[in-house]
Design a protein around this ligand. Sequence first.
Ligand code: PLP
Ligand code: COI
Length: 339
Amino acid sequence: METINWSDLSFGYMKTDYNIRCYYCDGKWGELEVSSSEIINLHMAATCLHYGQESFEGLKAFKGKDGKVQVFRMDENAKRMQSSSHGIMMAELPVEKFEEAVRKVIRLNERFVPPYGSGASLYIRPLLIGSGPQVGVKPAEEYLFLVFVTPVGPYFKDGFKPAPVCIMRGYDRAAPQGTGTLKVGGNYAASLVAGNQAKEQGYAAVLYLDPKEKKYLDECGPANFFGIRDNTYIAPASNSILPSITNKSLQQLAVDMGLKVECRAVPVEELATFEETAECGTAAVITPISRIDDLDENKSYVYTTDGKPGPVCEKLYKKLQGIQTGDEPDPYGWTEEIL
Ligand code: PLP
Ligand code: COI
């Protein structure tokens, strides 16, 4: 077996041993199947290819000090995939089937779970696509659910180090009453041009504003946003952002640490009042924001210049990672031991 340099991993694809597949046909889901092929055989008129019937998820498994492997809040990902499916008229996969597939794919790829302390984790990528043919704009009658895994390092190249983001009003990732709350491929396609422009200018991501009025903060291309002020964790509420499981977890941890939590519309001007700001998500974990440049208004909001995360982000990050790896007790029942 090739040797993997765990601490040098970036957030990318690596071939692993097995993936799990499950087909929906004649109105019902079949049994989970194990595959060692990276290739899927797909009808050329499949609705995922033409009309975007596609949803994906992202979750992680972690190895603890004792070598045990646990997965974080997979029931939440299963439920969110159901909600995405409902939103674009795909067959909903039962939560138990999703969980069984995740357990199985982790166990079968045990040798790819990064060691404790490497800073890497096993990223689990469930995918649901309309696989049946249509030419008219209609939902498919057949679906394929699959889950693969790949070991990953940090999503943003510097990991838990503050990075700059930018505001660009010329692009939206989702429409006001559109698919922003769903984890569907089209939202990510819509974010590629702006994301690429941001990267070319040295930013880690775009911080999108609400698409209707451009008055309120929404979220970043691949992660939610939060700000900290006066011992309060402030997160945007919006009809066009993904309900992040990490954000929801951090809000619970913040309450338990004695912070207040506000989830509400956050006007752009409030950026000037935050002590700390960050992106959060499964891939991003917590990525502190060093500076937000509003490229249209020629304004900069600076949160840190010394390259260090703020104290609240630091505390939340440690607590979250502690629970995920099993270093800290899990009073919420968020983790499940798989191996
Ligand atoms: N927002 C977007 C657009 C995302 O793609 C993700 C990643 O899944 C998140 C937020 C964070 O969600 P979660 O914490 O559930 O991974
Ligand atoms: C995740 O955080 O799991 C994501 O899906 C974000 C990104 C990789 C699209």
